[in-house]
Ligand binder design. Structure first.
Ligand SMILES: [Mn+2]
Length: 321
């Protein structure tokens, strides 16, 4: 693993930088990308941002959002590639992504192929935005209000508004520094969290009616079908974060969201409280993730997919009784 100062030195030495992140980008991916781009502009360096998929509408008001290009094909001619939040290059969803002389891999997911010429992967951070903040301090650049707002957004969204167990004292220290640098928590929350589309709210109403509990109230399940998406007019972006409702009921420690994909397979999102490790459950089905947030894909009927996943979750509960 490389040090922050080695990564900052490589960023300073670059002439033309491309910043990419994962397909279906989230608040941490977008906020971190924009912050790095704004930092490079302060240094007078040409920089491009490319994502394979459009950003969810609630992030489109972020400072300098217009810098993000959406294309499946990555532009060429860069001497430095910064990859944020990707365990491997395939996660970018970009085709023909060429690896230039310098590839900088910054991630906080536990499974990462260390494909960079420089790698900094640390699952101890709740968000990549916190890691980017430390790199920007080392570059050094001034943490302007636009940079602060973008990084604060990454932290806010990846910590579930400072609710998830990944939130540390350092998370709050970084967030505090970003507030001092010009991020306004109330404004960011209003712009990012309280701007749901009508289709999402319609979907939420249908979605919550699928809520079921079992194992004496320890496990909850939720369903998202293609029919529900079609009926409510919901877009793929409208389903982001819905799984977290599964843990909102008192007593529930494990939840599974079964999302029917358009090819008929099921994307299973798993969430847990405390020490219940859903990362290992997802790995058992060929997926992955963190202890408290993971996912996998299964083929088969809803009934068979549900049975397989629930038996693994029941096993987890039994092993701790
Ligand atoms: Mn993240």
């Amino acid at each position: 693993m490389n040090s922050i100062s080695e990564i900052a030195a490589a960023i300073r030495a670059a002439n033309r930088t491309l910043i990419v992140s994962h397909a279906r980008p989230d608040g941490d991916a977008i906020g971190s990308q924009l912050a790095v781009a704004l930092a490079l502009e302060q240094l007078g360096k040409p920089v491009e941002i490319v994502n394979a998929d459009p950003s969810p509408p609630n992030y489109r008001g972020l400072p300098s959002f217009e810098k993000i290009q959406v294309s499946e094909r990555a532009p060429t001619g860069h001497d430095c590639l910064i990859v944020l939040e990707c365990g491997n290059l395939a996660r970018t969803g970009l085709v023909d992504l060429e690896a230039p002389r310098v590839v900088i891999n910054i991630d906080h997911h536990p499974v990462n192929d260390l494909y960079g010429t420089l790698n900094w992967v640390d699952p101890g951070y709740a968000s990549v935005a916190e890691m980017v903040y430390l790199i920007l301090l080392d570059l050094p650049v001034q943490i302007t209000p636009p940079i602060a707002i973008n990084l604060y957004t990454g932290i806010l969204t990846d910590t579930g508004s400072f609710r998830f167990s990944n939130t540390t004292a350092e998370t709050f220290r970084t967030a505090a520094a970003l507030v001092e640098a010009g991020a306004r928590p109330g404004e960011v929350a209003e712009n990012v969290l309280m701007r749901q589309s009508a289709s999402r709210v319609r979907l939420l109403a249908e979605f919550l009616s699928t809520f079921q509990v079992e194992a004496d109230g320890l496990i909850s399940t939720l369903l998202l079908s293609q029919e529900m998406l079609a009926r409510t007019g919901a877009s793929p972006n409208d389903t982001e974060g819905l799984v977290n409702y599964g843990l909102s009921l008192e007593g529930v420690v494990l939840c599974a969201l079964f999302k029917e994909e358009d090819d008929g397979s099921y994307r299973v999102s798993l969430r847990s409280k405390g020490d219940y490790d859903v990362g290992s459950v997802a790995e058992g089905f060929g997926g992955g993730g963190h202890r408290n947030a993971a996912g996998c894909s299964l083929t088969g009927t809803l009934e068979s997919v549900r049975d397989q996943v629930l038996s693994a979750l029941h096993g987890l509960v039994e092993s701790r009784r």
